[in-house]
Design a protein around this ligand. Sequence first.
Ligand SMILES: [Ca+2]
Ligand SMILES: [Ca+2]
Length: 140
Amino acid sequence: MAATGRSRRPRRDRVRLPAMPAGCSNRPMRSRLAALLLLTVPAALHAQDAGSPAAYLAQFDRDGDGRVSEAEYVEHMSRGFGQLDANGDGVLERDELPGGRGRPVTLPDYQANLRHQFRKLDRDRDGFLNLRELMQPPQG
Ligand SMILES: [Ca+2]
Ligand SMILES: [Ca+2]
């Protein structure tokens, strides 16, 4: 192992968010992932609606410890799934997806993606999202 300051992360572990929702659809996997991300990304956007970042965090923070655990994150973000799942069958069909495109997404798929996103947001890897981590764009 090279003892340079920063180690290389395996590329395959990184999921890049499209800056624009449209655009990247060169592969089916891609567009599906893009659809998943579209469902889960707008955290920071919602926060502006919620009034303050702290109020936004409080929506996640069930146990009131001022930080968001993975379980809290997945639970809260999964509500969006329930809202989108108009017929309540646990699958987001194409017509239930934002933009009306992409492949069907099951709740386990969706939650796996949320966990993945949580790990990316948890910059200091303490297993919780603080306010700053929660509010950052889900990249890097
Ligand atoms: Ca908490
Ligand atoms: Ca953290």
